[in-house]
Design a protein around this ligand. Structure first.
Ligand code: ADP
Ligand code: MG
Length: 398
């Protein structure tokens, strides 16, 4: 089974190409893009298609809307793309249906359009095949350049390439090549996990533990584990329904999972909050843990120095606020200095690495968070499986 690459698609002038990109950029509370990495990472594929004089239709999700959500429209993305491409970018207010098709039929070769947030339609996440067919009807070819979404069997990822010929975009290609290097990691292989999306990430620990020598746990994720280990965690962010799983993992992988010894706490998650450092065994009621402490940083760095391969996903603390940024910064700097294969994944983690100008010092900054973790677990991503099926169905060569 193989997937076709973008250059194998017979794209000629005027052909409509639907590009499922991952333009799910972080926004501040005013709707401004705080990190445009994902848009910039999508440029090589867009520029290739511009050279081919195609009609380029960009499709992405943005955030987690429940139906139409005014704050999650893709207008800011279109505006930023217009600056980056230095050419006009059309923005449509939907991604499917007769009106959208009418607009697209009026487009000329070399024009770019950003479609509306695909998750405004619940059919997207339900992987509704009729919806996928509707999306496919707007185009002649499909390109998946959304590595960060390829672990989800959603219609724009899994269904569309069953209806029109589909191939991997240049970014997806690069991600698969770079992450492929970590599939058979040189040992010791150290995984660093943090961030806030515990329920998304805790499931991968079981699989990663088989390959990893150590899994260092920080971020909000640590409190679910600390609680499971019998600690009190005050008002720290907890995912109570994962406590049983955390307890099981702790018992099974006692020698691999490393939990923090100390933690930076505050009464409020606030840039001006008075913070202090306490043992993770003594988090007082009414306080919340917002970063790993100095002892933990030193311990994590000791482990990291032994590594030949490092996979890092999820900030060690609420790094957006200065009093809680130290853990993430110190760990990022330590990983950046290693002579090892170093991979960072996850939108917020990648943003942290960009912010401290460390990106070039990593072997690879993946645009995929969950996708990079699942890929490293050795799972076949639904988006990749769909491209394989598309190559077979439409007779596309490698
Ligand atoms: P990524 O995007 O890298 O996969 P996540 O989305 O899982 O990471 O989590 C990133 C978020 O986790 C950041 O916004 C950060 O503020 C938050 N975070 C990290 N540590 C904590 C903590 N101790 N308490 C609350 N939030 C935290
Ligand atoms: Mg995130």
């Amino acid at each position: 089974m193989h997937i076709a690459s973008l250059k194998q698609l017979p794209i000629r002038e005027g052909k409509r190409v639907l590009v499922r990109a991952d333009l799910n950029v972080p926004l501040d509370k005013h709707g401004n893009i705080t990190d445009d990495t994902r848009i910039r990472e999508s440029l090589p594929t867009i520029q290739y298609l511009l050279k081919k004089k195609a009609i380029i239709l960009l499709l992405s999700h943005l955030g987690r809307p429940q139906g139409v959500d005014e704050s999650l429209r893709t207008d800011a993305i279109a505006a930023r793309l217009e600056q980056l491409l230095k050419q006009h970018v059309i923005k449509l207010d939907d991604c499917v249906g007769a009106e959208v098709e009418d607009h697209i039929n009026e487009m000329h070769s070399g024009e770019v359009c950003v479609l509306e947030n695909v998750r405004f339609h619940p059919e997207e996440e339900a992987n509704d095949d009729a919806f996928g067919r509707g999306l496919a009807e707007t185009a002649d070819f499909y390109v998946n350049d959304a590595f960060g979404s390829s672990h989800r069997a959603h219609a724009s990822i899994a269904s569309v390439p069953q209806h029109i010929p589909g191939a991997a975009g240049l970014l997806l290609d690069k991600e698969l090549t770079m992450l492929g290097k970590a599939l058979a990691p040189r040992k010791p292989f150290i995984v660093v996990l943090g961030g806030a999306k515990v329920s998304d990430k805790i499931g991968v620990i079981e699989n990663l533990a088989k390959k990893a020598d150590k899994i260092l746990i920080g971020g909000a994720m640590m409190f679910t584990f600390l609680k499971a280990a019998g600690n009190t965690v005050g008002n720290s962010k907890l995912e109570q329904d994962k406590a049983a799983l955390a307890k099981k993992l702790l018992a099974k992988y006692r020698n691999k999972l490393v939990l923090p010894d100390d933690v930076v706490i505050a009464k409020k998650a606030d840039a001006k909050a008075a913070a202090k450092i306490v043992s993770t065994a003594a988090i007082p009621a009414g306080w919340m843990g917002l970063d790993i402490g100095p002892k933990t940083i030193a311990q994590f760095i000791t482990e990291l120095k032994k590594a030949k391969t490092v996979m890092w996903n999820g900030p060690m603390g609420m790094f957006e606020l200065a009093p809680f940024a130290n853990g993430t910064k110190k760990i990022a700097q330590a990983i950046a200095q290693l002579r090892a294969t170093t991979i960072v994944g996850g939108g917020d983690s990648a943003a942290a690495v960009q912010q401290w100008k460390l990106a070039k010092k990593f072997s690879h900054v993946s645009t995929g968070g969950g996708a990079s973790l699942e890929f490293l677990e050795g799972k076949k991503l639904p988006g990749i499986a769909a491209l394989e099926a598309s190559a077979l169905r439409f007779g596309l060569s490698k």
